[in-house]
Ligand binder design. Structure first.
Ligand code: HEC
Length: 146
């Protein structure tokens, strides 16, 4: 019976990680789409807060206390933390993507531009990167270094 094994390997994890508030998350967040959306991509606490707000807008039901528990659980079990500052000449693709909320191809374009043209010296240099929406980086101008 090789088939069930193959299927299981292809399926994303459908169980939430253990942690305080797991039961609340299952009650509040699983009814519409199961837990797949929750385990798929770790996010920062701020991003989870935003996601949970969006889901309230979509009709997720619970008390204010429930939603606080949900954010705490998700930030802990499926969280990423970002540094205070990012060095635009050293940051890798993954960090660029999550720190500036870039599309993968935008982060790739930054790395490629840097490799081909040498280090960035000022924020404005990022304007020359093709396919990058400059204002996304500009939005965090106080948190970049070179
Ligand atoms: C009333 C139904 C409903 C409930 C309850 C619900 N969601 Fe959703 N969720 C949706 C719909 C509709 C979408 C949009 C379809 C999509 O984008 O995948 C979605 C999409 C998502 C996504 C993928 C989109 C993204 O932002 O990456 C995440 C993550 C998510 N939900 C998290 C949650 C969390 C956390 C909770 C609990 C607070 C929750 N959902 C509760 C309906 C619901």
């Amino acid at each position: 019976m090789a088939l069930p094994l193959v299927c299981a390997a292809l399926l994303p994890a459908q169980e939430l990680a253990p942690g305080e508030g797991k039961d609340v998350v299952e009650r509040v967040c699983a009814p519409c789409h199961g837990v797949y959306n929750l385990v798929r991509r770790p996010r920062t606490r701020a991003a989870w807060e935003q996601t949970v707000e969006n889901m309230r807008g979509m009709g997720a039901k619970g008390s204010d206390a429930d939603f606080r528990i949900v954010v705490d659980y998700l930030a802990k079990a499926y969280g990423v933390s970002l540094p205070d500052k990012v060095n635009l000449n050293q940051a890798g693709y993954r960090l660029l993507t999550s720190f500036f909320a870039l599309f993968p191809e935008e982060a790739e374009a930054i790395v490629k531009y840097r490799e081909e043209n040498g280090p960035f010296r000022a924020l404005e240099d990022l304007k020359k990167v093709p396919r990058l929406e400059y204002r996304k980086v500009e939005a965090k101008k106080n948190r970049v270094e070179f």
